[in-house]
Design a protein. Structure first.
Length: 78
């Protein structure tokens, strides 16, 4: 568990260094810990934002690519 907390602190620091608007560190770590431990599930909006960061239009597109034949390139018009 100590290793997980150290990794969460490193993640929070990296996020703070790269994001203009800094979240409340303690709250962010608590929520991230809750997600990782399975005590709390992220909402649809959060999942969509994470998928967008990974290069997909929404969570469903990401899931299909993860568990199927699609990839991120199918989300962009050429």
């Amino acid at each position: 568990m100590e290793k997980l907390q150290r990794e969460l602190v490193k993640l929070a620091e990296a996020i703070e260094n790269n994001v203009v608007r800094k979240p409340a560190k303690a709250l962010a770590l608590d929520r991230l810990g809750a997600f990782l431990s399975g005590r709390e599930k992220p909402g649809r909006e959060t999942l969509d934002k994470l998928a967008l960061l990974a290069g997909f239009q929404d969570w469903e597109s990401f899931r299909k690519a993860l568990h199927g034949d699609a990839d991120g390139a199918t989300n962009y018009n050429k």
